[in-house]
Write a protein that binds this ligand. Sequence first.
Ligand SMILES: Cc1cc2nc3c(=O)[nH]c(=O)nc-3n(C[C@H](O)[C@H](O)[C@H](O)COP(=O)(O)OP(=O)(O)OC[C@H]3O[C@@H](n4cnc5c(N)ncnc54)[C@H](O)[C@@H]3O)c2cc1C
Length: 433
Amino acid sequence: MRDIYWFQNDLRLQDNPGLLAHADSSALLCVYCLSETPPWCQLSGMGVQRRRFLLESLQALRADLRELGQDLLLVHGDPVNTLRELAAAFNIDRIATTLTPGYYEGLRFETVARRLTIEVIGYPGNSLFTPSQIGPLQQLSKQYTPFRQRVETLAIAAPVTAPDRLPPKPKSISYPPLPAIDARPHPSFAFRGGASEGERRLQQWLFQRQAVLGYKDSRNQLSGLDSSSALSPWLANGGLSARQVAHSLHRFESEFEANESTVWLMRELLWREFFHWRAYADGCHLFRAGGIRGMKKLRTFSARDFARWCQGDTNYPLVNALMHQLVESGWMSNRGRQIVASCLVNEFNHDWRYGAAFFEKHLIDFDVGSNYGNWQYIAGVGTDPRGGRHFNVQKQADKFDPDGSFTATWRGHRPAQPEHVIDAADWPITPQP
Ligand SMILES: Cc1cc2nc3c(=O)[nH]c(=O)nc-3n(C[C@H](O)[C@H](O)[C@H](O)COP(=O)(O)OP(=O)(O)OC[C@H]3O[C@@H](n4cnc5c(N)ncnc54)[C@H](O)[C@@H]3O)c2cc1C
């Protein structure tokens, strides 16, 4: 069998059952398609830091493949046409990939499978549990707590080890260099993409620094590299699998200590798991203004408010600081994300999807289920049983940035601006002398 392995959000060799299943083919072509996602909410393309982390992850994957005599072909373009052309050019019998949630991503896989006459296999994605453990998606709980209570008792399969050999590359193929990386990590979040970097972070945070032991108290901090695991960028790009993280955590608990914090970290991984499966179940409803509940909430679109929020130029210094952090570093803590999301939805009464799309563009850990699921949760159109969250920005600043150092570091103080610059008939309001 001559196979293509189409990498998506699984940029690793360790614990990659889909890739391992093709380790005995007669020839293997490893491909990654770098395609532009369609414009959405007036945004397109990837932010500088998100692109940087992705390219680093691809470079690291290529280096790992080369150690096994393989290589990575990066093709700019739409996977449907790319894979069809490659399959014809290299006489390919099968295409395999690891599935990823998301409506658009699902359609893309289905189109590849429909348009090609050869076998196209989709392996389960980066989750803790298998589809058969989760059961029919129609019966998946719409709320986190019943989901957690059900899955907590399930066994998490052990990670599979990386293949020690891979089939040869097809003959007469050339592998052009990967795109140059023209950005550096921001010093406040100086992590690089790639499986070995992810494994190093896991070892350091968990076993060397044992920072997990204080996680329950530290996880809400706005900055500080050890206040939370910071594993999400590798989980999102696939440098680490969720099973690797969960098994390492269980090993830590048995070798060192289990406490409230270690239990809490597992619960957060289950939040990711919950949104992963909900994204499959919810399909296009994940992207609807009324969310998975089909709510009819009155929300607006204001170009000025949205631009001010994106640029960190609102009348809320903490929100400004957080938005500068996001754009410049590609990162924001969980509490920070909750604060800025609540600000857009509740203070500006804005359509939440624009905020989610801005996060999608910039977050180096962008994950379709976790991002859109959390946004819906805060906007009150998703899985929150309390119908949405409203964070008082001043109270949050008092609690999480009491000395104002975070806001100052990220230049949150901006000149105050008037609420309205146009009147009800869209005419500019002339400032009073
Ligand atoms: C509006 C909003 C948008 C978000 N967008 C994303 C996103 O695009 N990608 C993403 O990975 N997370 C997203 N999150 C969830 C969460 O903020 C990040 O997972 C977390 O901050 C990552 O930091 P960490 O790895 O240090 O997490 P830790 O606190 O160390 O948690 C460990 C892991 O648990 C998972 N996790 C933790 N909190 C959540 C959560 N609330 N929902 C889902 N999974 C969670 C992550 O995989 C994380 O790496 C979003 C949250 C909000 C409020």
